[in-house]
Design a protein around this ligand. Structure first.
Ligand SMILES: NC(=O)c1ccc[n+]([C@@H]2O[C@H](COP(=O)([O-])OP(=O)(O)OC[C@H]3O[C@@H](n4cnc5c(N)ncnc54)[C@H](OP(=O)(O)O)[C@@H]3O)[C@@H](O)[C@H]2O)c1
Length: 263
């Protein structure tokens, strides 16, 4: 796959560089997130926000070698939602203004376990939907006040039409996709831009041990597409782009067939 050319950009407004300022990567050791961060690093301050932030030497080095002016780390547990406002304010005060916020944290969860263990289902929904809503609300407020900035949100084709085989993760992504789409529209004219990325199966740590689905991509291909879409200020992007018509057609499949679809 040629990542950039095969991506499907939606709602392109005009060509521009991603907003200047600090890059905040929430999910500081996410494979996709780090690929995006290294592409945007040259000439910027980068803040890696993650759990066990004292164990981010390799990630810091990678981003510094990619050309970042400075790399900082900050402790971040997405599920501790009462910490989000302070974290964002603190990053802005110490390293601001913030140019780009990448929300790259997430868990796939164990679908079979979540079907019988309500707490596990709630864990997936908490990290993949509720925590994202919390961060996005605080971050968009902060960027609105600045009058500029880019937000990068990772939805998934899993949320476009939720499948029986991964309905817990899929429903979290469906909720996130809807929330981010509405937020994106509410930001129109504010100077703040939200990019909603919808990758298909990405071969990497999150999907380790799983057989790649058709039209899979890699974290570096996803990052190429995301950065190109940021430059075009696209509202959303499918990765690869062929997934957009494929999922349009999949929406039309009857339920008896849809429920047999693999994850
Ligand atoms: N991989 C795919 O197939 C795929 C497809 C479509 C969309 N996406 C989405 O793309 C985004 C990035 O995924 P990826 O492939 O880069 O996955 P990844 O390499 O597994 O990274 C996810 C990161 O999220 C972090 N995280 C999980 N729970 C957290 C929490 N409570 N607080 C803070 N950090 C937390 C993990 O941190 P720790 O190191 O602390 O565990 C991990 O580094 C996710 O939203 C994912 O759902 C992925």
């Amino acid at each position: 796959m040629n990542g950039v050319r095969s991506a499907r950009l939606v709602g392109v407004s005009r060509r521009a560089e991603p907003a200047v300022g600090t890059l905040l990567l929430l999910g500081g050791r996410s494979e996709i997130g780090l690929e995006v961060a290294t592409r945007l690093a040259p000439g910027r301050t980068v803040v890696l926000a993650a759990r066990r932030s004292d164990e981010l030497e390799t990630e810091q080095l990678r981003v510094r070698q990619a050309g970042a002016d400075a790399v900082h780390v900050v402790e971040f547990d997405a599920n501790a939602m009462d910490t989000h406002a302070d974290l964002l304010r603190d990053v802005a005060e110490r390293h601001g203004p913030i140019g780009v916020v990448v929300l790259a944290f997430g868990i796939l969860g164990d679908q079979a376990r979540a079907e019988n263990d309500a707490q596990h289902a709630l864990d997936v929904i908490t990290t993949d939907f509720l925590a994202q809503v919390s961060v996005l609300t605080h971050a968009s407020k902060l960027l609105r006040a600045q009058g500029s900035g880019d937000l990068v949100v990772f939805s998934s084709v899993a949320g476009v039409r939720v499948r029986r085989a991964n309905y817990v993760y899929g429903s979290a992504k469906a909720g996130l996709d809807g929330f981010a789409s509405g937020l994106s529209d509410s930001l129109h004219g504010s100077g703040v831009h939200l990019l909603l990325a919808r990758p298909g199966f990405v071969i990497g740590s999150m999907t380790e041990g799983m057989t790649p689905a058709p039209l899979s991509s890699t974290p570096d291909q996803v990052a190429d597409v995301v950065v190109a879409a940021l430059r075009k200020r696209a509202a959303s992007v499918w990765i690869p782009g062929t997934l957009r018509p494929v999922f349009f057609a999949m929406r039309l499949l009857p339920q008896w067939l849809w429920r047999r679809m693999p994850r």
